[in-house]
Design a protein around this ligand. Structure first.
Ligand SMILES: Cc1cc2nc3c(=O)[nH]c(=O)nc-3n(C[C@H](O)[C@H](O)[C@H](O)COP(=O)(O)OP(=O)(O)OC[C@H]3O[C@@H](n4cnc5c(N)ncnc54)[C@H](O)[C@@H]3O)c2cc1C
Ligand SMILES: NC(=O)c1ccc[n+]([C@@H]2O[C@H](COP(=O)([O-])OP(=O)(O)OC[C@H]3O[C@@H](n4cnc5c(N)ncnc54)[C@H](OP(=O)(O)O)[C@@H]3O)[C@@H](O)[C@H]2O)c1
Length: 415
């Protein structure tokens, strides 16, 4: 990396990066960085937070564990420690990522938030502008740009009538740590994805009284079926059977294990869980205990929200509930459209237009890692392809540059 101060000419510092710029030091960015390190390609990794894996360190609740068995969550070339349980805790996962970072000697530049990135057609380079915590601005100039800012970069906060007048505590699930602060309180949990279910379960375990809003439908599957992880079983069946049949079998098994949940207010979508994930990106809930609390009515299921008023919520069926607090488990979105000035490869929702497994490589040195809607396994697959591809071009470029030197010298010697 070569840095020169151009304060006289420009208001920001310019940095030439001899290799790719990776945006985001979550599992995806770290996995790309590790692949590049192994092959000796220099890079810069920019992270808006003050630590690696900020989603895991700062925006998740205490009771969180990986949902899938560890062999599906490890990053390339670095297995989980053998003593880790099948479903590592959030703390163990963070420790794993920290040792991954140390092992490969990755040094992200923290507190640098990418504000914009644009391909300059004239010089055929990417211009990546950042702002750091102290307000100073830097422009990175590079040949390759790796987008690894994640599918869950920003929280989704829906506009709901009267929410501002509610008066009680309102937080997003990303700020929820544990039910400790909600003991004895009536809490409305908005949303029934994996976050909504687990927050509701955690609230129950801390003697709070959660009501969970289920406004549409959701697939709930047991985390394990017949002693095997549901994910593993589905992957195994997909090797032999078409997706529609695997979906049907999963639903049959779920019905045998969990029974009919419709009488408790949990309706299933008409499309199967794998098909829904593939077409709309909607993740099925892997149950780790919330269903039992729903059956025992410790978690109340309520329909969609009409409006809030002071200390109250009115539901679409006209029912009014007195509540003390609201947890918005309403999901996340990609932030790519806010900073990447590019519309050919990425769509308006901040995901590559081409689906997995082909959505990792764009034009002009642009890469996307971790947008496969396939969790950590998808991120690892993208990272391997991306780092290998960049290494190949980088080494080819280097060879060409070396070959050019004698030509140049010959040219000079003729004078
Ligand atoms: C509560 C929760 C639990 C989950 N559990 C699992 C699980 O068990 N298994 C699984 O496979 N997946 C799980 N996921 C999905 C999760 O997104 C992935 O596991 C993983 O974190 C994806 O890694 P990533 O690096 O792509 O994105 P992230 O982990 O989100 O990392 C992206 C990084 O980019 C940084 N960044 C964003 N914008 C900018 C910017 N403009 N400039 C600089 N830096 C920026 C962020 O600060 C962040 O550190 C879970 C998600 C959530 C929300
Ligand atoms: N342990 C784990 O591994 C774990 C734990 C938590 C999360 N995660 C992962 O993290 C990602 C995000 O999960 P998530 O649960 O936070 O988000 P999510 O899956 O996107 O779910 C959001 C929920 O909010 C609801 N919602 C949104 N706006 C609403 C509104 N105005 N009124 C009522 N309901 C509203 C949605 O309902 P509709 O469906 O009707 O839109 C949906 O039920 C997923 O990939 C998930 O698997 C993993």
């Amino acid at each position: 990396m070569f840095s020169f101060s151009a304060a006289d000419m420009f208001s920001r510092r310019c940095v030439w990066v001899n290799g790719p710029v990776i945006v985001g030091a979550g599992p995806s960015g770290l996995a790309v960085a590790a692949g590049l390190k192994q092959q000796g390609v220099p890079f810069v990794i920019l992270e808006r937070a003050d630590c690696i894996a900020s989603l895991w360190q700062k925006r998740t609740y205490d009771r969180l564990k990986l949902h899938l068995p560890k062999q599906f969550c490890q990053l390339p070339n670095f297995p989980f420690p053998e003593h880790y349980p099948e479903y590592p805790t959030k703390r163990q996962f963070i420790e794993y990522l920290e040792s991954y970072t140390r092992h490969f000697g990755i040094n992200p530049q923290f507190n640098e938030c990418v504000q914009s990135a644009k391909y300059d057609e004239t010089c055929r380079l990417w211009r990546v502008k950042t702002v750091s915590g102290n307000g100073s601005e830097v422009e990175y100039i590079c040949q390759w740009l790796v987008v690894a800012t994640g599918e869950n970069a920003d929280r989704v906060v829906p506009e709901i009538e009267g929410l501002k007048d509610f008066g009680g505590e309102v937080i997003h699930a990303c700020d929820y740590k544990s039910g400790e602060n909600f003991r004895g309180k009536k809490v409305l949990v908005v949303g029934c994805g994996n976050s909504g279910m687990e927050v509701s379960l955690d609230l129950c375990n801390h003697d709070a009284k959660p009501s969970m809003v289920v406004r549409s439908s959701v697939h709930v599957l047991p985390r394990e079926m017949f002693g095997k992880s549901t994910f593993e079983l589905a992957m195994f069946m997909l090797m032999w059977l078409p997706l529609w049949l695997v979906d049907k079998l999963m639903l049959l098994f779920a019905w045998i294990i969990l029974g009919n949940m419709e009488k408790y207010g949990i309706k299933r979508p008409s499309v199967g869980p794998l098909a829904l994930k593939n077409t709309q990106g909607k993740t099925p809930v892997l149950d780790i205990g919330a269903l039992e609390k729903i059956r025992s009515r410790e978690i109340q299921i309520v329909p969609g929200i009409k409006r809030f008023s002071c200390g109250m919520v009115e539901l679409v069926n006209g029912q009014k509930l007195e509540i003390d607090a609201v947890v918005l488990a309403t999901g996340y979105r990609s932030n790519v459209p806010y900073w990447l000035q590019e519309t050919e490869f990425f769509s308006k929702n901040g995901f590559p237009k081409t689906p997995f497994p082909n959505g990792w490589k764009g034009k002009a040195g642009l890469y996307a890692v971790g947008f496969t809607r396939r969790g950590l396994a998808g991120a690892s697959a993208d990272a391997v392809k991306t780092s290998q591809d960049i290494c190949k071009t980088w080494k080819d470029d280097l060879k060409q540059k070396k070959q050019k030197v004698p030509t140049h010298r010959r040219c000079i010697s003729t004078f």
